[in-house]
Design a binder for this molecule. Structure first.
Ligand SMILES: [Cu+2]
Length: 144
């Protein structure tokens, strides 16, 4: 009896080792998954600043489409100190995307369906968010 016990234990130990193989495989799968998620997070990092807005007679002109899909483009770069004319074109169903707030510049606009525009002078550099009033749609304004 006492001789069989160690053998029995040994067999169980061997079996336990075998049962760990699926765990190791699962561990590898989890590590691969984690790496994949990490790479997805890196690739969804904020986009590069957009090319500088076009200048016409000392005014930076930005065309902005407003629709159910949000703001297009949603990434704008302008120069500090020069007026920016934002020319909007809103679809009839754009809804709250016709609202545009840039809190850092005290801007809160309700834009008409079709064409509309407003002008402001960016007086500080940095990266700022513009959003609809409910913050469901947003974009990035970079001032350089
Ligand atoms: Cu909204």
């Amino acid at each position: 009896m006492s001789r069989n016990k160690p053998n029995h234990k040994k067999t169980r130990h061997y079996n336990k080792k075998n049962s760990q193989i699926p765990l190791i495989v699962m561990g590898i799968v989890l590590v691969v998954l984690a790496l994949w998620i990490a790479s997805a997070v890196v690739s969804s990092a904020p986009p590069e600043p957009a090319p500088l807005a076009e200048q016409r007679n000392g005014v930076q002109v930005v065309s902005l489409d407003l629709s159910t899909a949000g703001y297009s483009p949603n990434n704008i770069t302008v120069k500090k100190g020069l007026p920016v004319e934002v020319r909007t074109n809103a679809t009839a169903d754009a809804g709250c995307v016709r609202g545009l707030m840039i809190p850092d510049f005290g801007i809160n606009k309700a834009l008409d369906v079709g064409q509309d525009s407003f002008t402001f002078v960016p007086d500080k550099t940095g990266t700022f968010e513009f959003t609809c009033q409910m913050k469901m749609s947003s974009g990035t304004l970079t001032v350089i």
